[in-house]
Design a protein around this ligand. Structure first.
Ligand code: ADP
Length: 642
């Protein structure tokens, strides 16, 4: 054994940073290290079972999968061992010396230095193996990969923070044994009672047994020689402390809420409880069990397109793969959970999953299940739902474009700020809107603006305010794009109020229409004069029906790109087709009345330019020539001062 000398290596920078953070920010929830280590051991057992599908000899020596916990309260040592897949020396280096998660660097940048906030963030990131250093000042990992010779085991050792050492060693059984040399102040984790209660709490749902020595047997020496004990001795001294039954295989009525929550944490590596879950067994043409969770908080990498997503896939209770993304659409990428199928081959690969029609049917059923779960939450507990919406609403807004079949279901889930909302919060659903529609109202009116406030104050809203018609104030970047995929809801067409000619349908009475026609005729000349003045800056000039208080506004032609979309595309450097706005004037406004009488062409031009610029500013559009705008404005101001 120990053919090679120990070699010392530095942790990768990111690993070092994460380690440091872990040790310093997770002080309030230290015991989770045990959950993480047991969960790794259970994953290792899963992986071995999977590998043994094609290499059955791997299972020959190890016995039934299990985790064993030993401790020595005098030496302050805790040992967690498993007979799972184990690691080769190279795997130890990559798995324990580097952080392979995508987006780690960005994640580290989001940390604030505020311990409380950071500990929450790090919870979302998932702490894993390194959490051992929360309670230990020295950690040893002895591991041998299943199928490799006894003397090809590896001993990894580290005191945290800076570096680790590697040494070749021998190990009688394959699998991994992790020895924690506990910090003096963490003694409690080498005490039977404390350990048992943690294992109960975190490992009841783990599908393999976690063994601990029987309580009345005293504390045998832990560590180095623990695996030298004979099986017989173990059978006498050890007992399983958890239920060791895969949680999803138990009937729903037998699983307590706390167990669902703990299971979620081990599946998702999240620290917080989930918001909601749905556990279902499907029988019939297809047979599978699914357990879907809605997390409480968006992960740090929700917007990273390459980040891992999807469910944990089991086939007949055998773990097959993590992050099986084929079971849910991208817009539901925040969902966590497992699916266990009886209809998929054990040899399934990611490539096969992509083509299998069985997966397609499961995917549509699971999507429906997930949407129904959200709908139920929305109906039952609006406040909770709005909490969900704040975290994941933006992702859900991708839904109508991605998932045509479920467009109506998704539309029901959308939340917006409307003129009915008291603040700028997105707290109104489309059903809420429809329930408040005016008797003769046929369409659902919305405006897309830079912010809810800008939307609320837009001149386009004036006529709606006057008539008491509710308008949706859309202000997310994605909204204009979303609306290009949603044509109607509950039989009502959507109408962007800054687009096209305003037509309020039955909401306008005959009298309104007559007045409109009359003013249009009356101001034909003024309209012509303005059009000449603005030239090719505008597509059209016309008398408005939208305004009551403002002198003028801009409208977008029906088929032209909206202003928000234009801004987003420009910002991302894409070519944007050139479009011109329609300039609408309100001849009832005193400024327009004066303008109509203005004989001085220069002065007329100044006022028109300023009105046109202002109308753009109200829509959040930048002035084309700010210097010219200011010059003209100052010229008029000067007259005032004179
Ligand atoms: P995660 O489990 O989220 O991948 P960890 O930091 O907990 O992150 O572990 C990193 C990797 O180390 C695991 O993905 C796994 O490959 C390996 N590993 C950890 N513990 C064990 C174990 N007991 N047996 C085998 N491999 C392990």
């Amino acid at each position: 054994m120990a053919a090679k000398k120990a070699e010392t290596r530095g942790f990768e920078t990111e690993a070092k940073q994460l380690l440091h953070l872990m040790i310093h920010s997770l002080y309030s929830n230290k015991e989770i290290f045990l959950r993480e280590l047991i969960s790794n051991a259970s994953d290792a057992a899963d992986k071995l079972r999977f590998a043994a599908l094609s290499q059955p000899e791997l299972l020959e020596s190890g016995g039934d999968p299990k985790v064993q916990i030993d401790f020595d309260s005098e030496k302050n040592i805790l040992v967690i061992s498993d007979n799972g897949i184990g690691m080769t020396r190279d795997e130890v280096i990559t798995n324990l010396g580097t952080i392979a998660k995508s987006g780690t660097a960005q994640f580290l940048e989001t940390l604030t230095g505020d311990q409380k906030k950071d500990s929450q963030l790090i919870g979302q990131f998932g702490v894993g193996f390194y959490s051992a250093f929360i309670v230990a000042d020295k950690v040893e990992v002895r591991t041998r990969k299943a199928g490799t010779p006894e003397d090809e085991a590896t001993l990894w050792m580290s005191e945290g923070e800076a570096d680790y050492s590697l040494e070749a060693t021998a190990k009688a059984t394959s699998g991994t044994e992790i020895t924690l040399h506990l910090k003096t102040e963490e003694k409690e984790y080498a005490e039977s009672y404390r350990l048992r209660s943690i294992v109960k709490k975190y490992a009841d749902h783990i599908s393999i047994p976690v063994f601990m020595q029987k309580e009345d047997m005293g504390s045998p020496d832990a560590g180095e020689d623990s695996e030298d004990k004979s099986d017989e001795e173990k059978a006498v001294e050890y007992e399983a402390v958890n239920e060791a039954k895969a949680l999803w295989t138990r009937p729903r009525k037998d699983v307590k809420a706390d167990e669902y929550k703990e299971f979620y944490k081990s599946v998702s590596h999240d620290f917080e409880d989930p918001l909601e879950w749905s556990h279902n067994k499907v029988e019939g043409k297809l047979e599978y069990t699914s357990l879907l969770y809605v997390p409480a908080r968006a992960p740090y990498d929700l917007w990273n397109r390459d980040s891992a997503r999807g469910l944990k896939l089991y086939v007949q209770r055998i773990f097959i793969m993590d992050d099986a993304e084929q079971f849910l659409p991208l817009y539901l990428r925040f969902m966590k959970g497992i699916v266990d199928s009886n209809d998929i081959s054990l040899n399934v690969s990611r490539e096969i999953l992509q083509k299998d029609p069985v997966i397609d049917s499961m995917r549509s059923a699971l999507t429906k299940r997930a949407l129904d779960m959200l709908e139920k939450m929305r109906k039952k507990d609006k406040e909770k739902y709005l909490g969900f919406w704040n975290e994941f609403g933006q992702a859900l807004k991708e839904g109508p474009a991605e998932d045509f079949a479920n467009k109506d279901k998704i539309a029901k889930l959308l939340q917006f700020t409307t003129t009915h909302s008291e603040s700028g919060a997105q707290d109104q659903g489309l059903e809420d809107y429809v329930s408040r529609m005016k008797e003769d109202q046929e369409k659902i009116y919305y405006i897309v603006a830079e912010s809810a406030k800008a939307g609320r104050n837009s001149p386009h809203l004036e006529i709606f305010r006057k008539k008491g018609i509710e308008v949706i104030l859309m202000h997310d970047r994605i909204d204009e794009w979303l609306m290009s995929h949603l044509q109607n809801f509950d039989g009502h067409q959507f109408q962007d109020i800054s687009r096209g000619e305003l037509n309020l349908g039955k909401l306008e009475d005959e009298e309104d229409k007559e007045v409109q026609e009359k003013t249009e005729k009356e101001f034909v000349k003024l309209v012509e004069r303005i059009k000449e003045n603005l030239g090719d800056k505008v597509k059209e000039v016309r008398v408005t029906h939208r305004l009551t208080d403002s002198p003028a506004c801009l409208a977008v032609d029906d088929n032209d790109m909206g202003m928000q979309m234009r801004k987003i595309m420009e910002a991302s450097g894409q070519a944007v087709p050139e479009t011109k706005p329609i300039f609408e004037i309100n001849p009832a406004h005193p400024l327009l009345v004066k303008l109509d009488k203005e004989a001085d062409e220069d002065r007329f031009g100044d006022i028109v330019s300023i009105l046109f610029g202002q109308a753009g500013l109200a829509d959040g559009v930048q002035l084309e020539d700010p210097a010219d705008f200011s010059k003209r404005l100052n010229k008029l101001l000067l007259e005032l001062v004179d």
